[in-house]
Every structure is written in C-alpha cells, then in structure tokens.
Design a protein around this ligand. Structure first.
Ligand SMILES: Nc1ncnc2c1ncn2[C@@H]1O[C@H](COP(=O)(O)OP(=O)(O)O)[C@@H](O)[C@H]1O
Ligand SMILES: [Mg+2]
Length: 322
C-alpha cells in the first residue's frame, strides 16, 4: 500500500506544465535540480516527485545544507567508523547510506561551503564513498534532488559556486514559477491551505469573503505560497478576536483581517493612476510587505527578496521602514 498522494494544487497552465514534467522525471534515477524563489513549493515538489516515482516506499531524506556545520559535513553525509576521530565512540551511518534506494534532497544547495561543494562533486562523480575511518566502498543508490532559490549561473560567475558541480546538478532542471506568474493558482491554493488552517484553529466554517478573494487574487505575493499561508493564518487569528467559541453569524475572513501589505497593494491597483508608480515606490512597498510577512525577520526577508542582509538593512533605513 502506498500512502495517499501529496496534494499538488495546480490550476494555472504554468503549474500544470510543471506537474506534467514532474510526472515525467519521477521515474528516472537522474540527479534533479529544482530552482525557484523562496516559498514557491520546491520542497513540496521534491516530495511529490519522490511519491510519484518507483522510490516512494524507500526513505525520503532532506538535508538542510544551510544548517550543516562545515566541520561535520563529511561525517553527516558519509558517516564514520568507531574511533575515526576523537569523539567517534561508535559507528554512525551517514545520510547517503541512510537514504538507501530512496531520495536525498539537498536543500539550499548553494549555501554549501567550497569544501563541502568539492566533496559533493566527488560523490556525484563516483557515486561511491567510504565512511570516515572506513575502508569499505559503499555505492550510492539514492536519487539526489538539489534545491535552490539562488541563480546558480550567477553564483558560478561570482565564484561562490563551483562550475563543475553546477554542471553535475544541472542535468534535469525544473523551475517552480513564482505565484505572481501563475495567478490562477492563488485562490485554489488559498482554499486548499484554509482546509488545514480551519482544522488547526478549530474554525470549521471560516471562509473568505468575496472582497477578500478579490484582494488575494490581485496581490503579487513576493513571498509566494508561504506568504499566502501566513497571511491566511493571520487573517484567521484576527477575524477570530472577539468572536468567542460560540461565534454567531457566518465566519468570514474580510480584507481588514489581512496584513497591511496585502491590503495596500490591492487598494493601489483599484485606481489606474495609483498603478503608475516609480520603481523606488514599488521597491519600498515590496520590502515593507516582506518585512511584515516575515514578522520583521531580517535574514528571512533578505532571503525572500534575494538580496543580502546588508542591502536590506540599508534599504530599510533609506525608506524609513520599521
Ligand atoms: N502546489 C502546491 N500545493 C499545495 N501546497 C503547496 C504547493 N506549493 C507549495 N505549497 C505549500 O506552501 C508552503 C511552502 O512550500 P515549500 O515547498 O516549503 O517552498 P520552498 O521550498 O520553495 O521555499 C508549504 O507549506 C507547502 O506545502
Ligand atoms: Mg524550502
């Protein structure tokens, strides 16, 4: 028995095409690269590809490259034998071994240190490795899927990502388009996300009002599906204030329950003149929206916006943002 398939909401032609590609590549053992902005659904797509393919009953293992301590990369990935180094008191299996015949996902692959990049390159070339301190050569049977929100060719140009590793990873590449490029997905995704949120918040009858639906459909969602999910959760919490457990009347999520950024953008669009703005105004608005959506987490916001923390801090100051 296989588990129930992961729901992949796709209504827009752009995401239907992506789903079709995902079905095609699911059966292949080939290394896969999934690119796309933060929050577009890269993790979600990797999982779907695993479930659609012949490896669905084998392990699915995600390695968060950004949080892997550089000095532990080798022992984490390859494992080690007892006594391989001080503190190696027993044999430990690495992720490549634990992945078995399944799928290994390298999340945020562009954050690997140069040293880790060369180790990964060797693994991809040889499809074999030894545990630290070990002599036995182990074959890699798992399929490798790398995820990134970084423009890898640009990172190669800038010298922060190895070109030979990029070529190894870039055999089959899928790009998840940002939500603003597949607007027909916005409302179906909102409805889908609401199902889970209703249950989590004990609000079985919560629904979007018509004007809230129009507003969500008009917004550009710089933080993509993740921002949509956060905005819905916030609306659910705020619309519940004062309702009490026995709340009377329909449980509607109204535009006023959504973050200011979402409301402001939709209001701006209602007037044709307000739509004509300078690039600076647009930038200010997008930065403000992202900061609010991430609860003013600078690193997260910088990641979503695709700029460095330093640039974000400078712009925040220049635009006088909170
Ligand atoms: N097509 C989709 N259908 C259903 N849920 C989705 C879809 N795309 C993204 N999600 C949900 O949106 C959130 C963000 O997706 P995630 O895969 O973590 O994005 P990324 O890895 O690109 O930052 C997750 O909760 C995910 O389950
Ligand atoms: Mg992710």
């Amino acid at each position: 028995m296989t588990s129930e398939r992961l729901p992949w909401i796709a209504h827009d032609p752009a995401s239907l095409r992506l789903l079709e590609l995902a079905e095609k590549v699911a059966g292949a053992p080939t290394t896969l690269l999934i690119t796309g902005e933060s929050g577009t659904g890269k993790d979600h797509l990797a999982r779907l590809i695993h479930e659609l393919g012949p490896r669905r009953d084998a392990p699915y293992l995600k390695i968060d490259c950004a949080s892997l301590p550089p000095q532990l990369v080798e022992s984490e990935l390859f494992g080690h034998e007892r006594g391989a180094f001080t503190g190696a008191v027993e044999r430990k299996l690495g992720r490549f071994e634990l992945g078995g015949n399944g799928t290994i996902v390298l999340d945020e692959v562009a954050t690997l240190s140069p040293n880790a990049q060369s180790k990964l390159l060797r693994i991809l070339q040889e499809r074999a490795f030894e545990r630290l301190g070990g002599t036995e050569t182990l074959k890699i049977a798992a399929r490798i899927i790398a995820l990134t929100n970084v423009d890898l060719p640009a990172a190669v140009q800038a010298g922060s990502f190895r070109e030979d590793l990029y070529f190894r990873l870039n055999v089959l590449t899928l790009t998840v388009p940002p939500l603003r490029e597949r607007p027909a997905d916005i409302l179906p995704l909102a409805e889908h996300l609401l199902v889970g949120l209703r249950a989590a918040h004990g609000r079985p009858h919560a629904q979007l009002s018509d004007s809230a639906r129009r507003m969500l459909a008009a917004y550009a969602w710089p933080g993509n599906v993740r921002e949509l999910k956060n905005a819905l959760e916030r609306a659910l919490v705020f619309s519940g204030v004062g309702r009490g457990a026995a709340g009377t009347g329909p449980d509607l999520l109204e535009p006023g329950n959504f973050p200011e950024s979402v409301r402001a953008a939709a209001a701006g669009r209602a007037s044709p003149v307000a739509g004509l703005r300078s690039l600076e105004e647009v930038e200010r608005e997008v930065i403000a929206a992202t900061l609010e959506a991430t609860h003013y987490q600078i690193s997260r916001s910088a990641e979503i916006l695709g700029i460095s923390r330093k640039t974000l801090l400078e712009k925040r100051k220049r635009y006088g943002l909170k």
